[in-house]
Design a binder for this molecule. Structure first.
Ligand code: PHE
Length: 346
């Protein structure tokens, strides 16, 4: 029995000496010390030995078991320590290395200009409204006093969705929608995309953005319109920006005016500091930026307002146009091509 015990001890010793992994170690432990392990079985046999042998053999078996337990535990702890040291070495951080800068996106240049314009008008008391991009004939044209034979109703100018629906050609239909739903006083601002059946060029895009502004109350005058727009362009393009109103025509305003601002490049001087003529304003000193006017009595009638009692002004401007002027961009298509070399400049 003693010899068997010694042989078993040597065998375990040899197994542990060549053991390299946690799994092998566990297999060895179960094989010798588990419930059906060979050392366990052997120890179970101690009780059947002659009484004289029992204490000696029992003692030897217990010692062997303890030694094996300790050896297994120490191997396990040693490996664990090694692994931790390895991990620490691998994961050591060199605090002297330069940091890695994350990639940040930023808002699109059109959004910058849109947000800025909205911020200015909201500051003046206007509230933001939106309307559908697919608009019916009534809101896009008829209620705005645009007669049936008006060129804007031509297939060449407008995207028709069906007989009576179009992709809205301007943000003005939202004037009608807002007025249909509430009584004056109203100070509304309508940002959003509009669509025109255009050949795309450096100046024209079939989809672009407008900001419509309109105010309806009693005794609103052209002076109010002029005051709001003068303040708006000064905030938008600089305090020395001047406005000029030129008589114009829109079916939904009367009187109507195109509004020019003093050129943002030559500041109205028509020439650059170099003496060359300013190309942006074609040496005129002025840039056209929006259409405006006093809301036409027919428009008020179409929403059930009494034009004898209420009056109002409206204006509509192109967001791309403002962004192009502000940043000196010469091709409108750049806004939609998502070329990062372009977008990263803003
Ligand atoms: N809706 C006009 C356009 O798209 C602009 C405009 C708006 C003119 C409001 C006058 C008043 O050209």
């Amino acid at each position: 029995m003693k010899a068997t015990l010694e042989a078993l001890g040597a065998e375990i010793q040899a197994a542990l000496d060549t053991c390299r992994t946690d799994d092998d170690l566990e297999r060895i432990r179960v094989g010798y010390l588990g419930r059906k392990g060979r050392l366990t079985e052997l120890m179970r046999g101690v009780g059947a030995l002659p009484a004289d042998d029992r204490p000696v053999i029992g003692d030897l078996a217990n010692q062997l078991k303890r030694r094996v337990d300790e050896r297994i535990e120490s191997l396990r702890r040693g490996w664990e320590a090694e692994r931790r040291a390895q991990a620490l070495a691998n994961e050591r951080i060199d605090v002297t290395l330069p940091g890695r800068v994350g990639v940040h996106g930023h808002v699109h240049p059109l959004t910058v200009v849109l947000d800025e314009a909205i911020g200015i008008l909201v500051g003046l008391g206007f509230s933001v409204y939106e309307g559908p991009h697919i608009e019916d004939d009534h809101h896009n044209f008829t209620a705005l006093n645009i007669p049936a034979d008006h060129p804007a109703r031509d297939m060449h100018d407008t995207f028709f969705v069906d007989e009576s629906h179009v992709l809205r050609t301007h943000t003005s239909p939202v004037q009608i929608r807002v007025m249909e739903n509430q009584e004056p006083p109203i100070a509304a601002l309508v940002p959003g995309p509009v669509y025109r059946h255009e050949v795309e060029t450096v100046k024209n895009s079939a989809m672009f953005h407008q900001i419509e502004g309109f105010l309806v109350d009693r005794r609103v005058t052209f002076g109010d319109l002029k005051g709001v727009l003068a303040l708006f362009v000064q905030r938008m393009f600089g305090d020395d920006t001047r406005v000029r109103f030129r008589p114009s025509f829109f079916p939904f305003t009367e009187p109507s005016a195109e509004v020019d601002i003093s050129c943002v490049i030559c500041r109205g001087a028509r020439r650059l500091p170099t003496g060359d003529p300013c190309r942006v304003c074609k040496a005129s000193g002025w840039l056209e930026i929006l259409g405006s006017g006093l809301i036409h009595p027919e428009v008020f009638l179409s929403v059930g307002y009494d034009p004898e009692v209420v009056s109002g002004f409206a204006f509509g401007m192109g967001v791309e146009r403002m962004a192009m002027l502000k940043y000196g961009i010469t091709d409108i298509r750049l806004f939609y091509q998502n070329d990062l070399r372009f977008l990263r400049q803003f």
